[in-house]
Design a protein around this ligand. Structure first.
Ligand code: FAD
Length: 306
């Protein structure tokens, strides 16, 4: 069996693999898509010590760093089941089964999409999901935020300090964010809030976003707003469907971890966007991956002498 088997090949999984391999223990990585969300990112300007890079370049660098060590990388493989035990088993979708003394879950998350025309077409060309990442790209411009929950309202407040104007769209008749956030939002001069609005299309000129079309659900009128960017903030979904019933999850489906990255199952650790650790960022995922790996190593040296 492996000493450490990592499920997920994004920043968290890569960091965990490097830290494990450097201890000279048998390390494996199973990943559906090595690189993870980074592969869908254009520009990265907030990975500390790297002033600017892009997603595909960053993903290649991650893989090269991992491959510099003796790590068994099983790419394009999907984990389908975790079976706890003294030796933990990971069953793959293709029917194969892997065994390991410890497992690190780093399967990440995905942004919930609104599935309207233009969203996929203009992704990274005006359509964005992460205000911490892409906010500065819209300096002085007009943007929309879709979603009036806490993350949408936080994003609108954050963006209002950078961009020219923010229009926040909420499907329901009222915002769902905490009162204190709403109060802050309504105090900002360059924010417009539109409730009872169903976004029906993100328009563009073939290259970049130039507007948004929505239906006013009260009057049933179709309206258009001209703008340069759309931030979709209707939720981040952790990739934990396959873990339901085995590892304790929060009500949002995130893996619950303690300060050492331990999950509810002995020998199973987790790191990155898939966990309850707040602020989903590369620099955080990398740190958490390193931490989970050191915790797994600590578990190994304490648990067996065979
Ligand atoms: P992920 O990157 O999601 O990786 C998860 C890995 O697990 C992948 O390899 C995936 O294939 C694999 N996986 C999932 N399920 C399974 C399974 N069942 N079996 C096997 N493998 C599985 N952050 C920044 O810090 N700066 C930015 O500029 C930035 N821009 C972003 C732009 C976009 C468009 C997006 C989507 C995100 C951006 N982020 C940015 C966020 C950042 O990408 C994430 O915080 C980070 O990638 C999380 O790393 P992770 O390793 O936890 O998960």
């Amino acid at each position: 069996p492996f000493d450490v088997l990592i499920v997920g090949g994004g920043p968290a999984g890569a960091a965990a693999a490097i830290y494990a391999a450097r201890k000279g223990i048998r390390t494996g990585v199973v990943a559906e898509r090595f690189g993870g969300q980074v592969l869908d990112t254009l520009s990265i300007e907030n990975f500390v010590s790297v002033q600017e890079t892009d997603g595909p370049k960053f993903a290649v660098a991650l893989e090269q760093h991992v491959r510099a060590y003796d790590v068994d990388i099983m790419n394009v493989q999907q984990a389908a089941e975790l079976v706890p035990g003294k030796t933990i088993e990971i069953k793959l979708k293709n029917g194969a089964s892997l065994k390991s003394k410890t497992v690190i879950l780093a399967t990440g998350a995905r942004w919930r999409t609104i599935d309207v025309p233009g969203e996929a077409e203009y992704r990274n060309h005006g359509v964005a999901y992460c205000p911490h990442c892409d906010g500065p790209l819209f300096k002085g411009k007009r943007v929309a935020v879709i979603g009036g929950g806490n993350s949408g309202v936080e994003a609108a407040i954050d963006l209002a300090g950078i961009v020219g104007h923010v229009t926040l769209f909420e499907f329901a008749p009222e915002l769902r964010a905490d009162a204190v956030l709403q109060k802050k939002l309504y105090s900002l001069a360059n924010v417009t809030v539109i409730t009872s609005a169903q976004t029906t299309e993100i328009t563009g000129d073939g290259k970049r976003v130039n507007g948004i079309v929505y239906t006013d659900r009260k009057s049933e009128e179709t309206k258009t707003v001209e703008l340069e960017g759309v931030f979709i903030q209707i939720g981040l979904v952790p990739n934990t469907e396959w873990l339901k019933g085995t590892v304790a999850l929060s009500r949002h489906g995130e893996i619950e971890v303690d300060a050492h990255g331990r999950t509810s199952v002995p020998g199973v650790f987790a790191a990155g966007d898939v966990t309850t650790v707040p602020y989903k960022q590369i620099v955080i995922a990398v740190g958490e991956g390193a931490k989970a790996s050191l915790s797994a190593f600590d578990h190994l040296i304490r648990s067996s002498v065979d």
